[in-house]
Design a protein around this ligand. Structure first.
Ligand code: DGJ
Length: 737
């Protein structure tokens, strides 16, 4: 049993892989948090709720004369609401018709469900035993339902909330976060990922002062400025050791995450839908559901927390049809030809890598309507007669004859003002009548809160997919939402736009992904601008960044892997000098780094040497050998180039019988210090054969020796043969005894 309720002490014990999440219904009938962390027994933890006599800010509960330790401002809340004494960050607030914003929610009932009920209209984790806790407002017929799900194969708790309006009037939901949690301690660090085009997912670690630290997104996309995730760390937590409590939102639009250090020695974590410019009208009888938040815990540091997220998302989120299956190894046209994807340019690019093992050709932007540059054509999903007079059939046949499947690019949510679609339906773009909208990349966003717009998109994309032999779709999304207004919504519902946009996006994904089950979808948003678990639910991998420079990629992939499995991170080998940084790195390095994810190529293959084409063949064969580790293995981040001249990532098979280690030395320094890396995750009692094929190195070492003594990188044999910047060293480990 994963969820246990002690009726006598009114305590809930939620037990996932190696973790306990414990809370109880206290003497004033309020759910109070006791503990989330490493698995403990089913101890009585109510003693932790003894509160000090409150100061004057700690208002007594309604109807009581003296706080005496019973104040909403003192409770360690599972859910918190406005009014009645709560003066910290609330996870919920609403407006009644009377103008009152005051709630007083208390325990009403609960159910333990053997299987998690599906969350309608939004992606969420699949399966898992679930607790549904219902709270009732003392002053009205409002209810909230808190959902908690645990899993025996990942140390996570999935949480979400539903608000049910059982009153007779319409009310307004002003804030409805997915979760709230008060963690013991006021001396934590917060790990966040800053996001910007070309340098996505840069980790930042901040010591939390008293007060509230918030990251949020107002752009209508989940990741333009911050990943929708953070982690609370003990001060001494490192990559390998210490407590790490991560939160990741399964949500694709504007979000907020907050960490508030209170004056009582607790840190409140909360967040979900961004309540900036948000107001949801909830009519009588209706229920509003929040997106799901996934809370992971590990006492094995940031790396341990990452592995829990990876297992959770691989086992319960990403489409099971694809998640552990070998991925297409693509050659993508974008960096090769940009807006000139004519058959005459592309066919030789395909021919050059025929027989190398690259198995999918992806036609990126520029194949449709008047899309000869980024100024026109978005929205017109018809094959351009100028570029493809005979349609797509010749290029598709050409790819097939070269032994490749065919993939194609769409940006379905967007429209250029210079397009037939916009000329026919100017009101389909998100904008306010009479107000000049701002354009970004010369495009506007389609109002997919509208069913007619969604139907158009689904039909236009489906037609191309039906009429052509297509096996792969790259789904792009290149700008933020700004003039947030739908012509189809009544005035009082305009602030529902971002959430409705997400629901519209999920509806389109649902219809296309299920309508074309043989097609593999990849997400993209001008690089990693919408890299979130909700997108991963539909699209098993996401283009992590337009920055294909392998050095920059060591950083981007490091940061992205903190919350997402390697198999979700799409990575390509590109040409040098690199188009984003003008840097030149060895061809092998570019491939070795791209192999730490869903790999592919994106370059004009007619411009590389025949030796390099030969290398592609070897690289693809190498990748196929390690691909199961990328798809299913445990990741250990051994070094990163934010902190070190070296980058090292290691992937270990679940049974610890094989491992792959990629090390990159950024700058070559003559007479450098001896460098060792310390692999992790091996069976310390086993004997492994350690091989570096490039330098004909073969050693037999115990797991204990490898992990404690380390592997030396700049051995003479390894290093002096070919010094240089950005060199990679690959170690393959196989258990032999
Ligand atoms: C942005 C993407 O990130 C690129 O990979 C490429 O698809 C372009 N859009 C095409 O316009």
């Amino acid at each position: 049993m994963a969820i246990f309720y002690n009726e006598e002490t009114k305590t809930f014990y939620l037990e996932g892989k190696g973790i306990s999440y414990v809370f109880g219904i206290n003497e004033t009938n309020f759910p109070e948090h006791y503990y989330f962390g490493t698995r403990i027994g089913r101890d009585e933890l109510r003693y932790t709720t003894e509160h000090n006599i409150g100061d004057s800010a700690d208002t007594a509960l309604p109807g009581q004369i003296h706080a005496g330790g019973k104040s909403y401002n003192l409770y360690r809340s599972e859910f918190s609401f406005y009014g009645n004494g709560e003066l910290r960050e609330c996870s919920f607030s609403m407006l009644f018709g009377s103008g009152s914003r005051i709630n007083d929610f208390n325990y009403e009932t609960h159910e333990i469900l053997p299987e998690k009920p599906a969350l309608s209209g939004m992606p969420s984790m699949r399966g898992g035993e679930t607790l549904k806790l219902t709270l009732k407002d003392k002053n009205s017929e409002m209810r909230v339902h808190l959902f908690y799900t645990v899993y025996d194969d990942a140390a996570v708790v999935a949480r979400r909330m539903e608000v049910e309006n059982r009153t007779a009037e319409s009310v307004k939901i002003l804030r409805a976060y997915s979760f709230a949690l008060d963690v013991y301690g006021n001396d934590h660090d917060l790990l966040t990922l800053e996001n910007a085009w070309g340098r996505e997912n840069r980790p930042e670690r901040t010591h939390l002062p008293h007060g509230t630290l918030m990251i949020d997104e107002k752009s209508g996309s989940s990741t333009r400025h911050h990943a929708p995730a953070f982690a609370l760390l003990d001060r001494d937590t490192t990559e390998e050791r210490g407590n790490a409590l991560g939160v990741s939102l399964i949500y694709s639009t504007s979000f907020v995450l907050k960490a508030q250090v209170s004056t009582k020695g607790y840190t409140r974590l909360t967040g979900g839908i961004n309540d900036f410019d948000f107001c949801w009208v909830l009519d009588a009888g209706e229920t509003f559901a929040t997106p799901e938040a996934v809370l992971a815990f590990s006492d094995e540091g940031i790396g341990g927390m990452s592995r829990e997220f990876h297992d959770a998302y691989r086992n319960h989120l990403i489409n099971p049809r694809y998640v552990k299956k070998p991925r297409p190894i693509v050659i993508n046209s974008w960096e090769a030809v940009y807006f000139d994807p004519s058959p005459a340019r592309l066919m030789p690019i395909i021919d050059a890598v025929k027989g190398t093992g690259i198995d999918t050709f992806v036609l990126d932007d520029g194949w449709f309507g008047a899309r000869r540059n980024d100024r026109a054509g978005l929205g017109d999903w018809v094959v351009s007669k100028d570029v493809y007079p005979e349609g797509l059939a010749p290029i598709i046949d050409h790819a097939h004859k070269a032994g490749m499947k065919f993939g194609i690019w769409f940006e379905p949510e967007m429209v250029n003002p210079d397009s037939d679609l916009f000329r026919a339906h100017p009101d389909w773009a998100i904008s306010v009548p009479g107000v000049e909208p701002c354009v970004a990349r010369r495009q506007l966003v389609l109002d997919i809160t509208r069913a007619d717009v969604r139907d158009y998109i689904v039909e236009a994309v489906s037609k191309i997919l039906r009429e052509n032999e297509i096996d792969y779709v790259k789904w792009d999304f290149n700008r933020a939402l700004t003039e947030n207004f739908s012509r189809a919504l009544p005035a009082e519902r305009e602030q529902e736009l971002h959430h409705r946009y997400a629901l519209g996006f999920y509806d389109i994904c649902e219809r296309l992904v299920n309508g074309f089950p043989h097609i593999f979808f990849e997400g993209c948003a001008g690089g990693g601008g919408r890299f979130d678990p909700a997108v991963l639910y539909y699209f098993p991998q996401i283009w992590a960044s337009d920055d294909t420079d392998a050095y920059m990629r060591t950083q981007i992939q490091h940061g992205t892997s903190i919350f997402y499995p390697l198999s979700a991170i799409s990575c390509h080998t590109s040409i040098c000098p690199n188009h984003q940084t003008n840097r030149t790195l060895p061809f092998k390095t570019r491939a070795d780094i791209a192999h730490l994810g869903a790999t592919g190529y994106e370059l004009d293959t007619t411009k590389i040497t025949s030796e390099e084409i030969g290398e592609v063949k070897t690289q693809v064969a190498d990748y196929k050998e390690m691909q199961d580790l990328v798809l299913e293995g445990d990741l250990y981040r051994l070094e990163n180039t934010f902190e070190s001249n070296y980058f090292a990532q290691m992937i270990v098979s679940k049974d610890k019988s094989r491992a792959h280690i990629t090390v990159m030395r950024a700058l070559c320094r003559p007479n450098d210090e001896h460098k060792r890396i310390f692999p992790r995750g091996l069976d310390k009692n086993a004997i492994y054969e350690v091989v570096n094929e490039e330098y004909e190195l073969k050693m037999r070492l115990s797991g204990a020796a490898i992990m404690n003594v380390g592997l030396v990188i700049n051995l003479k044999t390894l290093d002096q043969k070919m010094p240089g910047d950005f060199k990679t060293f690959i170690f393959k480990l196989v258990k032999i005894a």
